[in-house]
Design a protein around this ligand. Structure first.
Ligand code: NDP
Ligand code: OXD
Length: 321
């Protein structure tokens, strides 16, 4: 019997993320299954059982009448959730150790940059000033992580290991050794009250849109050697109210920010974020995952599915993540 085909809907990526590279990769791991790079006139949409996608055009997936599973080639599914024509089949998101470890690197790097006063020290270097400031220990700082899922819980563990006081906030209750866990609307203020550095690893959903705003920043803890609190956002740009972030940096409500994600990407050249002295920005590459690992993960999930086993990391469309 012919294997159901895999349709690849990745448009316009370069190098490692080019559609051609994805096709070669999937052909290598899919054991003889036809892999079609869409659009392709020779592909019969009825033969397609699986789709591997990154930001497909809205409505594009509705063209496959026999689709069984959609695989999103990233962890965040907000772009797909916005497509009202998305076929009602399981949507699987990426959760691989390679991605998780890279995000942990990003979070640890940026927490340390602020904790170790890197903005100040680099300014001193540029100005040839030998003016050391007191450096406090990690346990003087409380890091609060919004989102205690795959990425947030791994980053929390690594920061704890370095000696930071770490807490987290999620939708449902959690019990993670060494991490003070808060959940839900009812506990968010208590969570914010003790966080000196706030790390956002939330998904972008209707509930989390612009959750990072002035009202929330004003509740963060200012009683640490850092003085004003710090924000690190590697979740999605839609989580943040960007006008509020800039105003809060200017008036001292926030001391500094690290941002990997923005409401408009690429970040427009006239954005004040580019040149603001209290901003460290990166071009949405906090967890630039090994694409070979992703294709292997998708092939394994298809094998599980065809063997009658449960798919892993299926998105709950009601929650939106
Ligand atoms: P998970 O689904 O594993 O975790 C999401 C966490 O957010 C969960 O703990 C969840 O709570 C919590 N959460 C969701 N909604 C709410 C809410 N309304 N209130 C409180 N908590 C909430 O996702 P991942 O950890 O794998 O990824 C998180 C996000 O990181 C992705 O959605 C994506 O946007 C972003 N990302 C960014 C990358 C980058 O390079 N910048 C790379 C990869 C991902 P609960 O546990 O109770 O469900
Ligand atoms: C992801 C991302 O969602 O890269 O995986 O942002």
């Amino acid at each position: 019997m012919n294997k159901g085909a895999l349709a690849l809907l990745v448009h316009g990526g370069t190098d490692n993320w080019s559609p051609e590279r994805w096709k070669t990769r999937f052909e290598a791991v899919c054991g003889g299954r036809p892999v079609w790079r869409i659009p392709d006139r020779d592909c019969n949409p009825a033969d397609v059982h699986y789709a591997a996608v990154w930001k497909p055009a809205p409505g594009e997936l509705a063209a496959f009448p026999n689709l069984r599973v959609i695989f999103n080639l990233g962890a965040g599914v907000d772009a797909l959730m916005a497509d009202k024509t998305l076929p009602r089949v399981p949507l699987v998101r990426i959760s691989v150790d390679d991605l998780t470890m890279r995000m942990t690197e990003y979070v640890v790097l940026h927490v340390l940059m602020h904790h170790r006063q890197e903005l100040y020290l680099r300014a001193c270097q540029r100005e040839k000033r030998w003016e050391p400031r007191v450096q406090w220990a990690a346990n003087a700082i409380s890091v609060g992580i919004m989102g205690l899922g795959t990425l947030g819980s791994a980053a929390a563990g690594a920061l704890r290991h370095l000696g930071f006081r770490v807490s987290g906030w999620s939708r449902s209750p959690k019990n993670i050794a060494g991490i003070e866990c808060f959940h839900g609307e009812g506990q968010i203020d208590a969570f914010l009250r003790q966080a000196n550095i706030l790390v956002s690893l939330l998904p972008f959903t209707p509930d989390t849109r612009h959750i990072l705003n002035r009202g929330l920043f004003a509740k963060l803890n200012r009683n640490s050697p850092l003085g004003a609190p710090v924000l690190i956002n590697a979740g999605r740009g839609g989580l943040q109210n960007e006008a509020d972030i800039l105003a809060c940096l200017d008036d001292g409500t926030l001391g500094a920010v690290s941002l990997d994600v923005f409401e408009t990407e690429p970040l427009p050249s006239d954005s004040r974020f580019w040149t603001h002295p209290k901003v460290i920005l990166t071009p949405h590459n906090a967890a630039d995952t090994d694409a070979d690992e992703i294709s292997k993960y998708v092939a394994q999930q298809i094998e599980r599915f065809e063997a009658g086993q449960a798919l892993e990391n299926v998105v709950d469309s009601a929650r939106g993540y």
